[in-house]
Design a protein. Structure first.
Length: 607
């Protein structure tokens, strides 16, 4: 998401009734214009892995900075990636408030993620050091509005190519039929606080032509190709809005910002040299063909680098495999003296199946001594997925997966350590080594198998549909929902979401942070259907009441759930598969299954 904040400068006062100067020559050469200042912010790379990185924000910010500096005479401050922290952005805005004078014009350009505060119906910027899901680490739009209101500058223009940026605006003003020098002069001499955004309160596209976002590409193109000595923000908007709307799902806006002191003027971009208007700039602002060529070359170099990284990773894996084999030979020589120690082996004989031993495997040959040396099996999951992982009234974790994980820890002779983790970042957190295994209702998919390894399935589930009762007898399967008139919900980042997009693509999809929130949307009549795993749908129906929902319980797609571990450890995968065979043979699996899947009396234990 990209946010531009342009603050028009108030010009040096000669003498007037209102205490503000009236400028009669709108050129930089006149010496009567104040400073043109730009704060340019671009964030591609976020510190928190739960916040997805962007592709075009830094490129957009860099090109915009060059364009404003070279063509329109701006003084530019640039904050990119990790320099664009919440504190840095806040202090930069504060400096603008303290340093701008009545004849200065200021642009603040923000390129990065944004979000919508649905409680207060306000927007946020997401700084580089933000923590996903924690709004206290975001920067509120009201802070930007406060800065705009407090600046002495004559004009403020906020340009935002970001998600949920349309929460700032007041009423629009129409353009006149005749645009001449007098029109520009009148606009310049009145104070203004305007905003231009790439969309309203909806997500916007990060990828467009030439390595820019859809919106930024058109804005940069118009500012570069402009042949006039002056051009207003609203003129730019009228040129780019139809093109952006026709090439994306977003609808740009351009209006005064509410509550920050707009007095009827408008921000005007003034070319540094009227004769140069419309000509290609030298240096970093080059023609688009050249930019596209450079982007293609960079992409080719990036792919070559990725191939090299993969080759190096394969070599590391092979070297590690050889080290493991050598270690296994060493352990085999000491097998007799080590075989009785639970801290150095996984194979514990089940009390219920003494004659059915797991094949001997030392911890050294599986996880490089980490689990035994720590004395812990750290298990990643996200509590709240009924009946697999939940939190009881005492704050303890319970559920089908929790009991399976405890049995696994017993087999290893170590302590079970639960690690409750947000689902959106659970795979990166596993890869970084924050826990040893995911036992959290994770569906085995080909996409996930590219980055992590799975055991054999430990349970088979399927996505089913909870339907609003008004559709009784009208909707009998997911095929009947494949229509734009239906709104279907699920939890974001789950296979339920993928199934909706692949199997029911014509319906309108709305994703939510939790499965309960998504299902309640149907109960409340704000959506038509909810798609999610069969166990959850069955339990939610039981707790909500059969009169509130209809359960279409034939699975759309059957889903195998597996234990997930970091790649490159086939011995650990083999041990996990034998563990599953063992607990199914000795009856432990059946006991756990009956406790959590076949019964629902555990609901009374939940927080």
């Amino acid at each position: 998401m990209v946010l531009f904040l342009c603050v028009s400068t108030q010009y040096r006062v000669e003498a007037s009734d209102r205490g503000i100067s009236v400028i009669g020559d709108l050129t930089h050469q006149s010496g009567k214009l104040g400073k043109y200042i730009a704060l340019i912010i671009g964030i591609n790379d976020y510190h928190d892995p739960e916040i997805p990185n962007l592709a075009t924000a830094v490129h957009d910010a860099t090109i915009m900075a060059d364009l404003l500096r070279d063509r329109y005479g701006f003084q530019v401050q640039l904050l990119l990636d990790q320099k664009a922290t919440r504190k840095a952005i806040y202090l930069a805005l504060r400096r603008l408030v303290n340093s701008t004078e009545s004849n200065d014009s200021v642009v603040i350009y923000y390129a990065g993620h944004g979000d919508l505060d649905r409680t207060y119906n306000d927007g946020w910027w997401i700084p580089a050091d933000a923590v996903g899901g924690d709004p206290l680490t975001y920067l509120e739009n009201v802070q930007v509005q406060k800065a705009m209101r407090s600046m002495k500058a004559r004009h403020v223009l906020l340009i935002s190519d970001s998600c949920f940026s349309g929460s700032l605006f007041g009423r629009t003003r129409a353009m006149p039929q005749v645009i001449d020098d007098k029109y520009y002069m009148n606009l310049y001499n009145e104070k203004s606080r305007w905003g231009m955004t790439s969309g309203n309160k909806t997500p916007v596209s990060d990828l467009g032509r030439g390595g820019h976002s859809v919106f930024a590409y058109q804005l940069i193109k118009e500012l570069t190709d402009n042949r006039k000595p002056f051009i207003t923000a609203q003129e730019l908007y009228t040129r780019i809005a139809p093109i952006v709307s026709n090439n994306s799902e977003q609808t740009p806006l351009c209006r005064p910002i509410r509550g920050v002191g707009d007095q009827g003027g408008e921000f005007i971009f003034v070319s540094t040299n009227e004769k140069k208007a419309g000509r290609p700039l030298k240096g970093k602002i080059v023609d688009q063909v050249s930019i596209d060529d450079q982007r293609r070359q960079l992409e080719s170099e990036r792919k070559a680098l990725e191939r090299l990284k993969i080759e190096l990773e394969h070599k590391k894996i092979e070297a590690e495999r050889q080290r493991i084999q050598a270690e296994r030979r060493r352990i085999a020589e000491k097998k007799n003296e080590l075989s009785g120690s639970p801290s150095t082996q996984y194979a514990a004989v089940s009390a219920k199946a003494k004659n059915e031993h797991l094949e001997f495997l030392t911890i050294d040959s599986i996880l490089k001594d980490e689990i035994v040396q720590n004395g812990e099996l750290r298990v990643g999951f996200e509590s709240g997925y009924l009946p697999f992982e939940m939190t009881d009234k005492k704050g303890k974790f319970i559920g089908f997966d929790i009991d399976i994980a405890k049995e696994m820890a017993k087999e290893m002779g170590v302590t079970f350590v639960p690690v409750n983790t947000q689902w959106e970042g659970i795979i990166p957190t596993l890869i970084r080594g924050k826990f040893d295994i995911i036992i959290g209702g994770m569906t085995i998919t080909e996409e996930r198998k590219k980055v992590i390894d799975f055991s054999a399935p430990y349970i088979i589930v399927g996505n089913t549909i909870l339907l609003h009762p008004k559709h009784r007898e009208k909707v009998l399967s997911y095929n009947d929902l494949n229509n734009p008139k239906y709104v279907i919900t699920s939890r974001m980042g789950t296979t339920g979401e993928l199934i909706i997009k692949r199997k029911i693509p014509k319906a309108m999809y709305k994703g939510y942070q939790s499965e309960t929130e998504a299902a309640m949307t149907v109960v409340n009549g704000h959506a038509d259907a909810f798609v999610y795993d069969l166990p959850f749908c069955s339990l939610f129906l039981a707790s909500t009441g059969a009169d509130k929902l209809i359960h279409l319980n034939d699975p759309i797609v059957s889903e195998p759930l597996g234990f997930a571990i970091r790649k490159g450890n086939p011995e650990f995968v083999a041990w996990l598969n034998r563990f599953l065979v063992q607990i199914k043979r000795d009856g432990r699996y059946e006991t756990i299954y009956d406790r959590w899947i076949n019964r629902v009396d555990w609901k009374d234990e939940l927080r």
